[in-house]
Ligand binder design. Structure first.
Ligand code: ADP
Ligand code: SF4
Length: 686
């Protein structure tokens, strides 16, 4: 039953000609499913509506071939042929009584138009903002008229596709309308450039055009970035942003306000906590009477209530919290707060879009699999016959497998070797800034502790003999992985024998107090060949010991893969702020007790640096001894009662935490015979 304190979140909100059933607003966010996987896209949005989000938005939707950000896979409304794919989305959303919103976009100089081969458009002549050797062309008056017409056409098509809310979008440093607003992009001298009034002319015109075209039945939402964290080079919330909102205050039916660029809007938990946008967006309501929606990785219902009560927001916007838990509103409505699967702020979802594939979520393994595999985030059908399972290992893979099996009514024993649950998540969540990652463990443990059909044992390292003695029919081995200490990985494909001549700590050791307890003197050298987050996180731990820290990597920058989670520049800056010496483009060529020899990956030139302790962050190996031992005793399985033994998660192949959670879920569904894999073409045909 709903706690009355939350009633305010379930009040309807009038948005021009339409009414949202409550204050939960899934703001536009990309999914990597876009125009290429319309069935998947529709199913994902439909689940959000079923979960109680009063408004469910698409991702940005390109309005014209001059706004083609291929290979990114956004939605598309280039012409009438794109309407049916989007109709799938509105049908899926309307089925549950929610409103469907569409975020129309022209990407301006953000799109290189690799597929359409059209010349990009911009307020002024300029290179596009990717590395493509492509220039955008300054729009003349005819181009401006054409753009306004395309936007109107797209708005009409949106209405025809059934959308209730149509966006005019100026944000993320990715949209033509924002490019016109920004002095750094708009160097025009005509009535569309110069003063702020001139720079916002096109924005104002397009809002009016859109209202004229579809405003009789559709609400007009304006998404506007109020802060770019660029000082005078960009929009500042307390300077130009306020003037823009004052100038257009009552023109939209809804203000959707946020920070720009995307890395500021979708900050990770390593760098920002819940509510990080509040100081920048809270002024908006004082300048307009129109409803305001804002975001900030909100997962706490208390915070949501406070934001509405204090008059800071009318609607609680969410992208990532709605991905991690599509049923968040319903759980608040039904007083099931503990069941909310809170986003951990890791941005693995964002990496899906940035690598042009359907996204995945660390917390919610069903995200992106709703249609393709028929996975629902909440509903797991009871199998015809429940069975007994033994899950070995209480990390993310084992815990997700166990909680899914238990939810379907099976009897599950989970045996964990150590004295704590969570495996690598427990260890990594103790690294600087990563505390929220422990939610992966906590949500699953909470679920498992509520039920009678789960037996949970710590301090239980199982051998093959133990497993045979248990005699459980189904065995899942989720025993994880361990980091190598021999230097082998991407760059050095074979172990480096010379590491035996120096002092080496493995990342597992370094993560669990090894650096703090290390008695060696001399610099700590992190050799990062893993290229994601761990090397830099260990450099932060190393810096806290007070010893000199050197970060060596074969890559030209620190943690290059973290650009997909929008963190790379923040990580690089953090290491610089901590006075970590960064040595790029280098691999290992030799080692003794006090020094390392580095070799330039391009020139082959070598040089020596001081080194007291080396932490090689290169690769992991599966902990598959139990699997091997059980395999050797397969002849005994039948007598013991074992039917099927399966390796899952890092023990099968080390990967992301998201991959381990997904593997645990997949195992449970497959074991119960509840998995299908569908394929579709770009028109949504199966
Ligand atoms: P994953 O990401 O695949 O879930 P983790 O490394 O996070 O992998 O977790 C694996 C867990 O399995 C660790 O907590 C580890 O202590 C536990 N474990 C490893 N070997 C055994 C074993 N033989 N018996 C029980 N638990 C084990
Ligand atoms: Fe949140 Fe990470 Fe899931 Fe994205 S992938 S929704 S950041 S938990």
């Amino acid at each position: 039953m709903r706690n009355p304190i939350h009633d305010i979140l379930f009040e309807p909100v009038r948005l021009g000609p339409v009414t949202a059933p409550n204050r939960f607003y899934q703001v536009p966010h990309c999914t990597g499913m876009g125009h290429r996987y319309p069935q998947s896209e529709a199913a994902h949005r439909g689940v959000k509506a079923a979960g109680g989000w009063g408004v469910v938005s698409t991702q940005e939707t390109e309005i014209h071939p001059t706004s083609d950000i291929t290979p990114a896979n956004e939605a598309r409304l280039w012409d009438d042929r794109d309407i049916p794919a989007l109709r799938l989305v509105t049908d899926a959303v309307h089925e549950h009584g929610s409103l469907a919103a569409i975020q129309l976009v022209h990407n301006g100089l953000h799109s290189a138009n690799r597929y359409s081969r059209r010349i990009p458009l911009a307020p002024s002549d300029a290179p596009v903002d990717s590395d493509d050797p492509v220039n955008a062309r300054m729009m003349d008056k005819a181009d401006i008229r054409a753009f306004r017409r395309w936007h109107v056409d797209a708005a009409r098509r949106s209405k025809a596709a059934g959308f209730d809310i149509v966006y005019v979008y100026a944000g993320h440093d990715m949209t033509l309308l924002q490019h016109f607003l920004l002095q750094r992009h708009n160097h025009r001298t005509d009535e569309y450039g110069g003063s702020l009034q001139n720079r916002l002319r096109l924005f104002r015109e397009v809002i009016a055009d859109t209202r004229d075209a579809v405003g009789d039945t559709c609400a007009i939402a304006v998404r506007f970035a109020v802060e770019e964290l660029l000082g005078p080079e960009g929009i500042r919330h307390d300077v130009e942003a306020r003037e823009v909102i004052e100038a257009l205050a009552e023109e939209p039916d809804l203000w959707d306000v946020n920070m720009s660029d995307w890395s500021n809007d979708s900050q990770t938990s390593r760098f920002a906590k819940e509510g990080y946008q509040e100081p920048y967006t809270e002024f908006v309501k004082s300048v307009t009477t129109r409803p305001v929606v804002g975001v900030g990785r909100y997962t706490s219902s208390d915070t949501m209530v406070r934001l509405v009560r204090q008059g800071k927001l009318d609607m609680i916007g969410a992208a990532r919290p709605s991905i991690a838990d599509p049923y968040l509103p319903r759980k608040i409505d039904e007083g099931r707060l503990e069941e909310i699967r809170e986003c951990i702020g890791c941005n693995i979802c964002v990496s899906g879009d940035n690598t042009s594939v359907p996204f995945r979520c660390t917390q919610n393994p069903t995200a992106g699999e709703e249609w393709r595999r028929g996975w629902h985030p909440e509903i797991i059908t009871q199998p015809n016959r429940t069975e007994a399972y033994l899950v070995i290992g209480g990390g993310p893979a084992g815990l997700e497998a166990a909680r899914t099996l238990v939810k379907a009514g099976n009897d599950v024993i989970v045996a964990e070797a150590s004295d704590r649950w969570g495996g690598r998540v427990t260890i990594e969540s103790q690294l600087p800034g990563l505390a929220e990652w422990a939610r992966v463990r906590d949500w699953r443990m909470w679920q498992l502790r509520q039920v009678q059909n789960a037996e949970l044992y710590l301090n239980s390292p199982l051998s093959a003999t133990d497993v045979l003695e248990y005699g459980t029919a189904n065995v899942a081995i989720a025993t994880g992985s361990c980091w190598r200490g021999d230097g082998a990985g991407r760059t050095h494909r074979r172990p480096l024998a010379f590491l035996q001549s120096g002092h080496v700590l493995t990342p597992d050791n370094a993560m669990q107090g090894g650096l703090e307890q290390d008695v060696a003197t001399g610099p700590i050298v992190i050799f990062d060949d893993d290229l994601f987050y761990l090397g830099s996180a260990l450099a932060e731990v190393a810096a806290a010991t007070g010893r000199r820290v050197v970060f060596v990597t074969p890559a030209p920058i620190v943690a290059p893969w973290s650009k997909f989670t929008l963190e790379q520049h923040r990580i690089q800056k953090r290491l610089m702020d901590l006075d970590v010496e960064i040595v790029p483009n280098s691999k290992l060529a030799g080692m003794d007790a006090t020094s390392l020899t580095l070799e330039c990956v391009y020139s082959g030139r070598t040089r020596q640096i001081d080194c007291g302790t080396l932490v090689p962050v290169t690769a992991r190996l599966p902990n598959d001894q139990l699997w091997t031992d059980l395999g050797a005793r397969q002849a005994d399985w039948q007598d013991a009662g074992l039917r099927k033994v399966t390796r899952i998660g890092d023990c099968y192949a080390p990967g992301l935490i998201a991959a381990a959670v997904h593997a645990g879920h997949e195992y449970a569904r497959e074991a119960m015979g509840m998995d299908t894999v569908l394929r579709e073409d770009m028109n949504g045909n199966v």
